[in-house]
Design a protein around this ligand. Structure first.
Ligand SMILES: [Zn+2]
Length: 534
């Protein structure tokens, strides 16, 4: 038998669209949900839990959509209500009628909740679990049962929590999922309890659903796997209410790149899809209109960044010295931060990455280093602004074409009306010179920086087509050294149609001027990236 064939199958269940959607400020549209489900399917996830059909129109429509997914689109809902029959429960009927590939029921498994929240008897709760699983099985659905508050319930009354799980398994549920609903259980407790459960129910029918309230949802998921569970539930980027769900964006690469798991288990995500992980993670942030977490393991911008000069020279020589996995494996990249603490080796490493290889003794490298130090002394921070660093380097090396000049700009903020009926109106005018041509653009905006941005990008003549896909995804302002003499540092993050993100910087005593510098850098960077002719 080959090694591959001996590996055990571990299943991944994504609940970004259901549990993740319960996060504060997250409100997916139908189009968002379809897009995310497609992304998860493309990645190779086994189950995509998409929502509550029957409970809201978006989710009902979602399940009614025709789809071509390999992943099992899973509907979520309650078991039949106590005191009703399965055939006389409208909520259950809507769930059964949805065109779902699998149904995940949620049921109480803590005796205390059965009494207090459900106000029913322990036996009636077990009957509800059995009836609901059977009804869904009869419809030809694969069935999962989420045992809510399983770990807290098990600590209070192990026999009853286990009876709930066993009722589902014996009624034909494919998976019994043990939920750490409050997220307070610790890894050693999860491991012990899951081991005890797996002595009664085969582990390849047991799943784990962990929340991150002690920042151990990922560790708890792995603890459950060590104890025998063979399904992990989680979300992209750890999205989820309170502190989030188990983060599949961290779990997937760990399962695939750490020999303790990768030699033992096989998961649904194929080897060649792993390098799309960073992109998938950023795409979710994009949909949520959030800035990506720079410090996210594996996929964050800083996940493979090194600052100190001594580390940087070692990293260039032998990356494995400071990296636990190769960044390319997950679609991320090594980043040697260029800053006033950095030595020549950092700058050389960055130049090489950008594709501007120069001899290490080239006098321009020393000049660039001096320039960086001078600029950082007045407030620039190039380690946070990769694109501005690249432009600075290209300018020193003489490879930035003269695309256009801004010969004039004017931003006006007016308040009109009075007595509560006032509105604030912002307009910007920009004069751009391209060759011998002078373009004058005027725009209104939502605040001065937005107006300036809209005016600047409204018409760039022959360059317009190269910047069509450019959008600003984040804008951060920091006031340095306080007081009336304050210096403003603006960081602008941009993205384009290819999904690439970059950050530019501007520093000035005037916030508009600082923003303008960062906007200009972003546009020029995009023009270079798109191969616009000088
Ligand atoms: Zn949950």
């Amino acid at each position: 038998m080959t090694r591959q064939a001996m590996k055990e199958r571990l299943y991944l269940f994504d609940t970004t669209l259901r549990d993740g959607a319960q996060t504060n400020g997250v409100d997916f549209t139908l189009a968002d949900k379809l897009h995310i489900a497609g992304m998860l399917d493309e990645l190779g996830i086994d189950y995509v839990e998409a929502g509550y059909p029957g409970a809201n129109p978006t989710d009902t429509n979602l399940f009614a959509e025709k789809r071509k997914l390999d992943a099992k689109l899973t509907a979520f809902g309650m078991t039949r209500r106590p005191g009703r029959s399965a055939s006389n429960d409208p909520g259950l009927a809507a769930l059964l009628d949805a065109q779902a590939d699998a149904i995940c029921f949620v049921a109480k498994s803590w005796d205390y909740h059965v009494r207090v929240a459900l106000e029913t008897t322990e036996e009636e709760n077990l009957a509800s679990i059995r009836d609901s699983v059977r009804a869904a099985k009869a419809k030809g659905c694969e069935v999962l049962l989420d045992c809510e508050h399983f770990f807290d319930g098990y600590k209070a009354n192990p026999a009853y929590a286990l009876a709930c799980a066993q009722a589902a398994y014996e009624a034909g549920a494919r998976w019994v999922v043990l939920c750490d609903t409050n997220g307070g259980t610790l890894p050693h407790e999860v491991e012990r309890i899951v081991r005890e459960v797996c002595a009664k129910i085969p582990g390849d029918h047991v799943g784990i659903h962990a929340h991150n309230d002690t920042e151990q949802a990922v560790a708890n998921s792995f603890a459950a796997v060590r104890a025998g569970a063979r399904q992990i539930q989680g979300t992209l980027n750890g999205l989820g209410e309170r502190c989030g769900n188990a983060n599949l964006t961290s779990i997937i690469p760990t399962l695939m790149l750490k020999p303790d798991f990768s030699e033992k288990f096989e998961i649904c995500v194929p080897e060649q899809k792993l390098p799309t992980l960073t992109q998938v993670s950023h795409a979710l942030d994009e949909i949520l209109n959030r800035a990506p977490n720079r410090h996210a393991p594996y996929v964050g911008e800083s996940a493979f960044a090194t600052k100190a000069g001594i580390h940087a020279s070692a990293i260039v020589k032998e990356p494995a010295t400071y990296e636990h996995v190769a960044p390319e494996r997950v679609g991320n990249r090594r980043k040697v931060l260029v800053s006033d603490q950095s030595g020549r080796s950092n700058v050389l490493a960055e130049l090489e990455r950008i594709g501007l290889a120069v001899d290490k003794d080239d006098h321009r490298v020393i000049r660039l280093l001096d320039e960086i130090k001078e600029r950082e002394a007045i407030g620039y921070a190039y380690e946070a602004a990769d694109a501005s660093f690249e432009l600075l380097a290209r300018r020193m090396l003489g490879t930035v074409p003269k695309f256009f000049d801004v010969s004039y700009f004017d931003v006006k903020v007016e308040q009109r009306g009075q007595n509560g009926g006032s509105e604030v109106l912002t307009t910007a005018v920009v004069k751009v010179k391209i060759g011998n041509e002078m373009l004058i653009n005027a725009a209104e905006g939502n605040g001065p920086v937005n107006a300036l941005d809209v005016a600047l990008r409204k018409d760039l003549g022959k360059y317009q087509k190269y910047i069509d896909g450019l959008k600003l995804t984040d804008y951060r302002v920091r006031i340095l050294n306080g007081g009336t003499e304050a210096i403003t540092r603006v960081l602008i993050e941009s993205a384009d149609e290819s999904g690439e993100h970059w950050t530019t910087i501007g520093v000035s005593s005037n916030i508009i001027d600082a923003s303008f510098q960062a906007l200009m850098d972003s546009i020029v960077y995009k023009l270079i990236k798109s191969g616009a002719p000088g």
